[in-house]
Design a protein around this ligand. Structure first.
Ligand SMILES: C[S@@+](CC[C@H](N)C(=O)[O-])C[C@H]1O[C@@H](n2cnc3c(N)ncnc32)[C@H](O)[C@@H]1O
Length: 181
């Protein structure tokens, strides 16, 4: 599975937490790359990189200057582009088709403030997670979780310094020196 996420129109003043949550969600649900456009934000990049160092895995975050060129280039290299929008086709209707393309390079695009019309045209698939407005974080989590049939979130990240020891009550973690999984 080669999944990447592109977050459009990050605004440092308004989106600090939500874009951080998008990156965390992308990582936890199986994406390996996170791209964002809008304001370049070193704090966002540092906090995402810190989480990956602590909790493991191969996950990168990069700023993209021009989303239109980036998406066109992605398609030129034969990657596919899935734009999450409440105006699209319900995920359940397209899930089988999207799962059949799981080994292609999939770029999942999520919006912030108003998404320009040409993004809808450029996307190979405009997919709705229900036809009600909600949040890009919810849309991304539901999309990735369904795409992997709930498997990605159970993945054990390599090179984690900290791991959770699941418990019925309380919070338990262990420090890991070296990990082979
Ligand atoms: C809070 S919404 C704002 C949308 C913006 N007002 C517009 O007109 O495009 C931010 C993003 O969340 C995602 N989103 C929200 N509701 C969704 C839904 N029902 N299905 C899929 N994606 C959704 C989309 O990626 C959207 O661009």
């Amino acid at each position: 599975m080669a999944l990447s996420v592109l977050r459009l129109s990050h605004r440092i003043s308004r989106d600090k937490r939500i874009t951080t949550h998008l990156a965390l969600t992308a990582r936890a649900f199986g994406a390996s790359k996170f791209f964002y456009t809008g304001d370049s934000d070193s704090n966002l990049e540092n906090s995402s990189e810190y989480v990956t160092k602590e909790w493991g895995g191969n996950f990168t975050i990069s700023f993209v200057d021009n989303p239109t060129n980036f998406i066109k280039e992605w398609k030129r290299k034969e990657g596919i582009v899935v734009h999450l929008t409440m105006y699209g086709i319900e995920l359940s209707e397209q899930l089988k088709l999207l799962r059949s393309r799981i080994n292609d390079y999939i770029l999942v695009v999520v919006g912030g403030s108003k998404v320009p019309g040409h993004i809808f045209q450029l996307a190979d698939y405009n997919i709705a997670i229900g036809h009600q407005p909600h949040s890009e974080v919810a849309a991304l989590a539901v999309f990735l979780d369904n795409l992997s049939d709930c498997e990605a979130r159970k993945h054990k990240h390599s090179n984690a310094k900290t791991k959770i020891v699941p418990t019925e009550k309380g919070k338990k973690t262990k420090n890991v020196q070296e990990s082979s999984d």
